[in-house]
Design a protein around this ligand. Structure first.
Ligand code: NOJ
Ligand code: CA
Length: 726
């Protein structure tokens, strides 16, 4: 119900927006032309739409005269009505140009330019009583977005999609950064290979993660990042995934062809449609510079503006949590008791405590004190509510009720204590993927949060979905995540979803959906490992869709101190750099308080770094190798730089040309020590201060698996006394 509202609203906003943009655009209408060409505003990209002889729609895309996508077909196969594959004629084409700007509630930059040339093609199928669909193309300077639209019409109301057949015919055997197609999880490690090598690597790339259902066709997930032999970067993903299943990409490794593969539902269908509706946008971001891929805002531009009237309650948040100790301390657990068969009706005060419970009044107070002392906004507490004893693996429906704390967790007193210290507690709703149960209890759970003063929730979808047979990436679940975000907004609650479908820029429309996990994050440093190049790939893949709750900040990288065998494959400084290179308005300092206390000078960077930005400067980047980004803090004359490298050491080249002229600046540089690396001396670093000007260019050595973090502030002449100028 709520969700239908969201879809209807989106359509309504879309119409509204169209009204505004039409005023500033040039509108041309041509009738019955089989081929149409538009160029991007800067003329670098050309899109050609064409109807093939059998009335099959097709498109091709070139960049600086080089083909990016060779002619590729478009179309959808349906279940219950004749398909939308061929037999089309062009009824009408319309073009317009849009050039405006908008301001996100939070983001990587204060103002975003939305400039594109649009081609809208109306197609009719004569043999099907003139049934009509539209294909809308938007060509930006940084790439292409297109979608199928199904206007309301006499001879088409409801239909079921059997498969979407959007093709991406690539021009060769590109290098690709990929994870296997899977209907339920994105928590795979990336493989870097040529497209033709995917078949021989696919089994090796299939690691063991919860709830996985690897797709049985040869397929990869989006965002899919590729690089051609002659240096073109191509990223394929989707935008505005609403009321539709997520798209995977089938791979034809001989013909270098990708084609859409939608996530099925419990009965094998792929999408239930009612006119007037549309598919999400299919996006192709293209550039000959890797930095431009990271600077692209195309996916956000293709999402609808938010209609929330009051957004003052949505606040970028820096938090710590009773969390990492569950992963590295065998001593600490989510569960409270020694039972292994519990029910929501059980009286937990009667159970024998297991002596390892993490979310105790005492422990949570310790975290609140630490957060307050160091200026954090919030403390996440996991394991606070009954049900963790047998929460996983039983496909059980009534796992959690989201309102009943364990006997040693005093919700009221702890929230009052936090509030007295200027800190919020952050709610945790692990649904265990019993989503029907969560939906039934959602309003009560949010009312409970309002009552005690929580303003943010981390949701989780570990395990197999209930309703049984549904998939994390299917249409039903896609609608669920949005339903949670919209319902949370009614209660002024921010949402950070883990194990949800990968993001597609919907945080523009639902800005309280403040972050997601949807990739392999820090937790894997303690449960299977992350390769040193993982975080140089993430910005080009997962992060293209939206911010990630990666949970960085691990200072104690060697887990053997806890009796474990794992190690985080980074230096300490690389963990600092993540606060800049992994964009999110929600950032955790994930390590244990005692580890931060051991390195107070390095911890200072985490305390200082901003969460919201006026501007972003992607300075150097190569997927799989390195990323250097500088950002200006929102509303402040402060800048932060993060640079990271893979397992190879390198020298980063870091200019400061974005600094306004006429002022003086001090830069505090957090650098790897000379003999540091991810596996030797990862905790050795140096911190130095220098004077920088807009002309300065810093050459900074990064250790193997290392990084650099810099904070820059305005300074007076006396503050700069004795400092070296670079
Ligand atoms: C997986 C999440 O990613 C992690 O952060 C959380 O602690 C566990 N699920 C338990 O909910
Ligand atoms: Ca996870």
């Amino acid at each position: 119900m709520m969700f239908t509202l969201a879809v209807k609203k989106a359509t309504f906003y879309h119409r509204q927006m169209r009204r505004v943009t039409l005023i500033i655009s040039l509108c041309t209408i041509s009738i019955l032309v089989r081929a149409q060409v538009i160029t991007s505003p800067d003329k670098n990209l050309t899109l050609k739409f064409e109807l093939r002889a059998n009335g099959e729609p097709a498109y091709e895309l070139t960049y600086k005269k080089k083909p990016v996508i060779r002619q590729s077909r478009l179309g959808l196969e349906t279940k219950d009505v004749p398909s939308f594959m061929n037999g089309f004629a062009v009824a009408k084409t319309e073009q317009k140009a849009v050039n405006d700007t908008w301001e996100p509630v939070w983001g990587e930059q204060k103002t975003i330019r939305n400039q594109y040339n649009e081609l809208l093609v109306t197609l009719t199928q004569k043999a099907q009583k003139d049934r009509r669909i539209n294909i809308r193309f938007r060509l930006f300077n940084d790439g292409l977005g297109f979608r199928y639209e199904f206007p309301q019409q006499e001879n088409l109301n409801y239909f079921i999609i059997a498969e979407e057949h959007t093709e991406f015919n690539l021009t060769g055997d590109h290098k690709i950064f990929w994870i296997r197609g899977d209907y339920n999880t994105n928590e795979y490690a990336y493989t870097t290979s040529q497209i033709s090598e995917i078949p021989k690597l696919i089994e090796k790339a299939t690691i063991d993660v919860h709830a996985q259902v690897p797709i049985d066709t040869l397929s990869v997930q989006t965002p899919s990042m590729m690089k051609t032999a002659d240096g073109l970067y191509i990223n394929i993903h989707e935008a505005a995934l609403i009321n539709y299943p997520a798209m995977h990409l089938n791979v034809d490794p001989k013909n270098f062809r990708m084609s859409s593969h939608l996530t099925p539902d419990a009965v094998g269908n792929k999408g239930y449609m009612q006119t007037e509706t549309q598919t999400p946008w299919r996006t192709i971001v293209v550039s000959d510079k890797a930095t431009d891929i990271l600077a692209s805002r195309l996916i956000l531009n293709l999402n609808e503006p938010t209609r929330y009237e009051d957004v003052s309650w949505i606040k970028p948040t820096k938090y710590i949590g009773v969390w990492w100790e569950y992963f590295v301390h065998g001593k600490s657990s989510w569960a409270y008791s020694t039972e292994n068969n519990v029910k929501l009706t059980d009286d937990f005060t009667k159970f024998k405590p297991n002596g390892r419970h993490g979310a105790t009044n005492e422990n949570v107070r310790r975290y609140i004190d630490f957060a307050s002392k160091h200026g954090f906004d919030a403390v996440l507490v996991e394991g606070w509510n009954i049900g963790w004893e047998d929460w996983f693996g039983n496909w059980k429906e009534e796992v959690f009720d989201f309102v009943t704390p364990y006997p040693d967790f005093d919700v009221k007193a702890l929230n009052e204590y936090a509030s007295s210290k200027g800190v919020k507690l952050m709610m945790h709703h692990e649904t265990a993927s019993s989503v029907s149960n969560y939906e039934r209890r959602l309003d009560t759970a949010f009312q409970f949060m309002n009552k005690f003063g929580y303003n943010a929730v981390k949701t989780g979808y570990v395990g197999k979905i209930i309703p049984r047979g549904e998939q994390h990436d299917g249409q039903w679940m896609v609608n669920h995540y949005i339903h949670v975000a919209e319902t949370a907004a009614k209660y002024k609650i921010m949402v950070n979803s883990h194990e949800a479908v990968r993001p597609t820029g919907l945080h523009r429309t639902f800005p309280n959906w403040i972050a997601q996990e949807s990739a392999r994050g820090t937790e894997f440093e303690a449960m299977g490992g992350l390769a040193p190049d993982h975080t140089t790939i993430l910005p080009f893949t997962r992060l293209m869709g939206g911010p990630m709750d990666y949970t960085p900040g691990i200072f104690q990288t060697d887990m053997s101190v806890y009796g474990g065998t794992q190690r985080a494959n980074t230096t300490l400084v690389k963990q600092l750099a993540y606060y800049v290179t992994i964009y999110s308005p929600l950032q955790m300092a994930a390590d244990l308080p005692e580890n931060y206390e051991r390195f107070p000078d390095a911890f200072q960077f985490i305390k200082d770094v901003a969460l919201d930005w006026d501007d972003t400067y992607v300075q150097e980047a190569e997927p799989g190798d390195y990323v250097t980004i500088a950002r200006k803090a929102k509303g402040k004359n402060e800048w932060y730089v993060g640079g990271i490298t893979d397992e190879k050491g390198r020298t980063a080249t870091i200019p400061f040309s974005y600094l306004p002229k006429g002022k003086r600046y001090v830069a505090t540089i957090y650098a790897d020590a000379k003999d540091a690396s991810w596996n030797k001396n990862p905790q050795k670093y140096s911190i130095r201060q220098v004077e920088v000007t807009p002309k300065s260019v810093l050459k900074q050595a990064l250790a193997p698996g290392g990084g650099v973090a810099i904070s820059i502030k305005e300074a007076s002449r006396s503050e700069l006394k004795g400092l070296k100028k670079i």
